[in-house]
Ligand binder design. Sequence first.
Ligand SMILES: Cc1cc2nc3c(=O)[nH]c(=O)nc-3n(C[C@H](O)[C@H](O)[C@H](O)COP(=O)(O)OP(=O)(O)OC[C@H]3O[C@@H](n4cnc5c(N)ncnc54)[C@H](O)[C@@H]3O)c2cc1C
Length: 249
Amino acid sequence: MAGTAVPGRLAWQLASVAAKRQETPRVISLRLESDAWAGHLPGQHVDVRLTAEDGYQAQRSYSISSAPEPGVLELTVEDIPDGEVSPYLTEVLQPADRLELRGPIGGYFTWTAADGGPLLLVAGGSGVAPLMSMLRERAAAGSDVPTTLLYSSRSWDEIIYREELERLAADPTLRIVHTLTRSHPADWAGYTRRIDAAMLAEVAGALLPGSLAYVCGPTRLVEQVATDLVTRGYPPAAIKTERFGPTGG
Ligand SMILES: Cc1cc2nc3c(=O)[nH]c(=O)nc-3n(C[C@H](O)[C@H](O)[C@H](O)COP(=O)(O)OP(=O)(O)OC[C@H]3O[C@@H](n4cnc5c(N)ncnc54)[C@H](O)[C@@H]3O)c2cc1C
């Protein structure tokens, strides 16, 4: 009925920037507040729409990195040089500014404690964002599902959520393994190469019944890891993937 429509979850809504946090030199997190936000499932994303003064609009998808919470969501955005949208979000947008978004979107790349595991999470760069929502939800729910996060970053300083991940890893049922692909501290004893089949074999261990894998990051990483997991015996239906973009890593 005209004039009485209740905004659906995919209607555009205005959210205000409650806080902005520098995660790494190239990555920020935005805490957004919107009364219309009903919460989400870990792994889902939103569409963000920017409108220029001349009416030109640009729209991109961003995963929700926070645990589900009505009225509040966090996005974690990497500054892509020469990008149309991400430099605005990382450099220009400030607390108290407002942003148009719609969502939550996506019903496939989601995990809640009820889905169980064992859980293998594999991330490249900002691809850790939706997996962080899952880890935050897992902690909030008190889940002890055996979980491994294998996380590829360019360097120690580019590990997003590094300190929070260290705190979460105090949980003996959560294992976090980093690989640093471009540079690493002199005393670094961990992996220093891109994720490959041998690394997955070492980190993922034996395939147990109920195993679920979530892979998110640059397209090439996601496709390589998904292929390697199938080779390791993961049923394709147990591997969920989200591709963020063409390059990076
Ligand atoms: C479902 C989904 C969820 C996503 N979640 C996140 C998220 O949580 N955080 C986040 O930072 N990004 C996320 N992305 C990527 C995001 O939507 C944009 O593609 C990214 O921010 C670049 O947009 P841009 O307008 O700045 O660059 P564009 O103007 O679109 O592109 C500029 C240049 O950068 C290249 N490029 C585009 N995307 C990437 C990329 N991801 N990595 C490297 N190079 C790229 C393009 O090929 C082009 O050459 C997600 C994408 C999808 C599909």
